[in-house]
Design a protein around this ligand. Structure first.
Ligand SMILES: [Zn+2]
Ligand SMILES: [Zn+2]
Length: 159
């Protein structure tokens, strides 16, 4: 029977240990990449964060991505919130006009999940992205968007 393991992830979203039950020797309190605290439970509802699934007789080697939202309460995990905040800060800092800034802020969270508006929101974000200075889009926005965007959103954006 497949066994759902628990993931240990730092507050900034670095995967510390995707099999914290099976391989507890790799568990640490803090992230060695960024120094943030590591969590294995949702800070909103206390549910364990899903890690790797172990199958009988199958060698574990797949790297999994930290989930964006809690599967029990639906709240964004801290790393999702932080990335969205960073994206909003980026667009506020940019030279875009007020209408574009508002459209970006209104749509950025929608691309983090799959819902009926995801693709449209992704297209809007992409077209606003084209108006950003190259460095802001390529070095700041794109890497954050790749981390938060759902598969549907990434497809719509060609990422
Ligand atoms: Zn970290
Ligand atoms: Zn939760």
């Amino acid at each position: 029977m497949p066994i759902q393991d628990v993931a240990l992830i730092c507050l900034n979203g670095h995967m510390i240990n995707q099999s914290s039950i099976k391989n507890p020797e790799n568990n640490t309190q803090y992230c060695e990449t960024c120094g943030q605290r590591n969590i294995s439970k949702c800070i909103e509802c206390g549910s364990f964060i899903r890690g790797e699934i172990h199958y009988d007789g199958v060698f574990d080697w797949d790297e999994i991505k930290p989930p964006s939202y809690c599967h029990e309460c639906g709240k964004p995990y801290p790393w999702t919130t932080e990335r969205i905040k960073a994206l909003i800060e980026m667009v506020e800092y940019s030279k875009l006009n007020a209408a574009d800034k508002k459209e970006f802020v209104d749509n950025i969270e929608i691309i983090a999940s799959d819902n009926p508006r995801t693709s449209l929101a992704a297209i809007k974000i992409k077209s606003i992205g084209k108006k950003l200075a190259g460095g802001l889009w390529n070095d700041v926005a794109k890497p954050l968007i790749v981390e938060i965007a759902s598969e549907t959103a990434k497809k719509s954006m060609g990422l």
